[in-house]
Design a protein around this ligand. Structure first.
Ligand SMILES: [Zn+2]
Length: 253
């Protein structure tokens, strides 16, 4: 969600026209950094003519963005070259530690500055869902299987098992916890190189919520707790609409 907000911010800063042009500059690798540091970023955006963009943290913590192109002087929004560099920084930052470290407690900051600062401070924790832009990670497929689980001698409930790619998830709670925290799950999933499509991620996020509901619900129930997540009846209402979009399978007990 936050990623989309960030793109929205770049659009607000640069305007939609510059944003779109900047996006295409960025995608066709027109941005070259000469300087990429915590206080200063300098980059050249090459085209028919090369333009030089500087994004700099000022002494008062304010952020200055300049471009050598003539467009900038004519519009109150930033130009397409600044858009291209911001998009480029944004994408790099998702793969590395936070870039500019700035303080946000100054009341003197204007809205624009705050927006840019929030861009730099965007958490770099990787989400499990596929991003709409610049997604370079492999999209993993998931197979969700609903299975009746016999509780004690005469009570039957429904449980869920998950397969990621071709790998059966042996420890489903641990796996979901790892996805939630943006950590890799050995041999199954690594958020730096893998993601899930939107529909699959929606189910996974719902299952993550279920682990917590489930705890109280079945602490004492005897069944194979490792690879089966028991779905409390109250959770079905949320899950069913998700399964209309994501494939689901049924298995015998
Ligand atoms: Zn420019």
């Amino acid at each position: 969600m936050e990623m989309k907000l960030t793109h929205k911010k770049i659009k607000e800063i640069c305007g939609i026209v510059s944003y779109k042009k900047g996006d295409s500059f960025y995608r066709s690798n027109k941005v070259t950094f000469q300087e990429y540091g915590s206080e200063l970023c300098e980059a050249t955006v090459s085209g028919k003519e090369d333009f030089h963009v500087t994004i700099e943290k000022g002494e008062d913590g304010d952020i200055q963005m300049t471009c050598s192109c003539p467009t900038l002087a004519n519009f109150h929004k930033s130009c397409q070259h600044i858009a291209a560099v911001l998009l480029s920084i944004y994408d790099r930052k998702r793969q590395g530690p936070p870039l500019l470290s700035v303080q946000t407690d100054s009341a003197a900051f204007g809205e624009l500055t705050k927006d840019i600062i929030s861009l730099f401070q965007e958490k770099s924790t990787q989400t499990s869902g596929q991003q709409r832009y610049f997604e370079k990670r492999e999209v993993l497929t998931a197979r969700f299987t609903i299975k009746p689980v016999l509780i004690g001698t005469n009570q039957l409930l429904l449980g869920m098992e998950v397969e990621i790619g071709k790998t059966k998830v042996r420890s489903i709670r641990e796996f979901l916890e790892q996805v939630k925290q943006g950590k890799p799950s050995v041999g199954i999933y690594d958020p730096s190189i893998h993601c899930f499509c939107e529909e699959t991620d929606a189910v996974i996020q719902q299952l993550i919520r279920i682990i917590h509901d489930e705890k109280a619900f079945l602490e004492a129930m005897p069944f194979d707790k490792n690879q089966t997540l028991l779905i409390p009846p109250s959770s079905w209402e949320d899950l069913i609409p998700l399964f209309l979009k994501s494939p689901i399978h049924f298995a015998d007990a």
